[in-house]
Structure formats: C-alpha cells, structure tokens
Design a protein around this ligand. Structure first.
Ligand SMILES: NC(=O)c1ccc[n+]([C@@H]2O[C@H](COP(=O)([O-])OP(=O)(O)OC[C@H]3O[C@@H](n4cnc5c(N)ncnc54)[C@H](OP(=O)(O)O)[C@@H]3O)[C@@H](O)[C@H]2O)c1
Length: 267
C-alpha cells in the first residue's frame, strides 16, 4: 500500500501500459477519484491518467458536452469514468457532487481540486479589479475546494486514508502584476492545504499542493495570449507526473507544496 492511497495488484483489462504499472505496483486499481476541472487541460489529462492506472474517476466541470466527451474517451479506452456537470463555486452543488460521486464510484479515495478561474481576462491590476471579481476567484479557487473537502474528508478520516491534492500555481508565491486576484486565491489554497494537513494529522488523510508549471491550455492562452505554445509544457506530461506522485510509494509529507517540474518520471 502506498502511503498516499492504497494500491492493489488486482487484475484489470490491459489499458495503456497497465501491465507495466502493475509490475511496478503503481496502479490505482479500484480506487475512487474525483477530479474537478476535468473537461480540458490538466484536469482532463489527469482524469485520463488516473483511469489508466485503474482508478474509477468522476469528472466535474460546468460545460456538460466537453466533460462528457472526456469521460466517453476514457471509457472507450477501457477505463471507468463518469461526468458530473457542476460549478465548484456553487455552494448548493457541494453535497450533490460529493453524494453523486460516492453513489457512482464509492467513497472517494483521491480528491483533486484542479478547477480554477483566473477572473476576468485580459488580466488586470488590483486597482482595476472589481471586488466581486475577487470574490468569485476566491469562491471558485478556495471556498469551493474547502466545501468539497469538508464534504468528503470526514469519510476519508473514518476509513483511515485518502488524498486531497490542490492544484496551485507559481502565482501563489510570486506577486505578478495583473495576477492579483488569482494569486491571492492560490496562496490561500496552498495554506488551506497546509492547514488541513495539520488538523488531520494522524487520521491517514493526506493533503498536497502541486504547482503544475506553465502548460499549453486554454487558461494559459486566456492569460498570456501571445505566449509561444512551444515554450509551454504539455498538460498530459504534467498529469502523468502528478498521477505517478499519487500512485507512487514515495509519499511526501502531508501538507507539502511541490512543483511538477521537480517531480520524478511518469512511470
Ligand atoms: N495552464 C497553466 O499554465 C497553469 C499554470 C499554473 C497553474 N495552473 C492551474 O492548473 C489547473 C488547471 O488549469 P488549466 O490550465 O488546465 O485550465 P483550463 O484548460 O482552462 O481548464 C480549466 C478547467 O476547470 C473547469 N472550471 C473552471 N471553472 C469551474 C467552475 N467554477 N466549476 C467547475 N469547473 C470549472 C473548466 O471547465 P468549465 O469551464 O466547463 O467549467 C475546465 O475543465 C488550474 O488550477 C490552474 O490554476 C495552470
């Protein structure tokens, strides 16, 4: 069993190198994973990667069509995936997401808070930021993850294990002009991760924060439209590293903040 989430060597259909993963004891066979922001970019890639490792995955995002297409793609490759269209910034959706996920795949073992908003684009300086736009960034990027963890981590603690992974950003630690609302929300998300870790120490529930680095996604294009995509990471490669971290035997301390660029290989 990994220190992060339990692993099992149970047999499953061959899918994208799963035999090799099994040989290495790095599958997520039978684990239940919930990934927010899974309709494109890093979240979609992570959902695919977790499913490839044998996890039953629930995908959340607002856009139903895009989300269902990703889930259908995973199923077509032999994985288990369910689309759950919802807005993580909507308080009323919290228990619906948690309840539906448990009904679809069983108690959630791996919760990935990946959905995020930049706030209005083009990005603007704080003096030009509406208070409501800061509120919305905090609602989606911090309060939503807090609510969903509250709805799920208690059951994880009762079962004595689970992993909650927060997708952060370098804007959490660097004050880039124009990135204020987003950066404030990501700094708060990092600290939320550390605070959960401190409070749930000894329960078996672990919390991590991962900065994925700059990736070629819609969010990046919205934020920096003139960036050269060739200079940006492929979200699939970043997702492979994060999935390896989740499934791996090396367990960083709960509460740790990691950078995907310094994570090891993606096997
Ligand atoms: N791309 C980068 O360079 C970069 C750098 C550092 C950190 N990150 C972080 O990496 C994560 C993934 O970003 P990405 O670049 O992959 O972005 P992306 O391609 O724009 O994908 C964002 C995902 O989040 C969903 N989403 C947005 N608001 C939501 C809401 N209120 N409720 C539910 N789902 C919502 C989107 O679907 P809907 O719009 O349909 O809801 C989409 O599935 C984010 O946490 C981001 O902050 C990205």
């Amino acid at each position: 069993m990994s220190d992060l989430v339990m692993e099992s060597g149970a047999e499953r259909s061959e899918q994208g190198g799963s035999a090799e993963l099994r040989k290495q004891g790095r599958t997520l066979e039978g684990k239940a994973a919930l990934v927010t922001g899974a309709s494109r970019g890093l979240g979609a890639a992570l959902a695919r990667e977790l499913a490839r490792r044998g996890a039953k995955v629930v995908l959340v995002a607002r856009g139903k069509e895009e989300l269902e297409a990703v889930a259908a793609g995973i199923r077509a490759s032999g994985g288990e995936a369910h689309a759950l269209p919802a807005d993580v910034g909507d308080k009323g959706a919290t228990y619906a997401i948690a309840g539906a996920a448990a009904a679809l795949v069983g108690p959630v073992d791996i919760l990935v808070h990946n959905a995020s908003t930049l706030g209005p684009t083009p990005l603007r300086l704080l003096l030009d930021t509406e208070c409501e736009d800061l509120e919305r960034a905090l609602e989606v990027n911090v309060v939503g993850p807090f609510r969903l963890t509250k709805a799920i981590a208690g059951a994880m603690a009762l079962r004595g294990g689970g992993l909650v992974l927060h997708v952060s950003s370098d804007a959490a630690t660097n004050a880039y002009p124009g990135w204020g609302a987003y950066g404030v929300s990501k700094a708060a998300l990092d600290h939320l991760s550390r605070s959960w870790a401190a409070e749930l120490e000894g329960t078996g529930v672990r919390f991590l924060s991962v900065d994925p680095g700059e990736m070629n996604t819609r969010m990046h294009a919205d934020a920096v439209p003139d960036a050269d995509p060739a200079t940006l990471a492929d979200p699939a490669e970043v997702a492979a590293k994060i999935a390896a971290l989740i499934a791996g035997a090396e367990a960083p301390a709960s509460g740790a903040r990691l950078e995907a660029s310094s994570l090891g290989g993606a096997s």
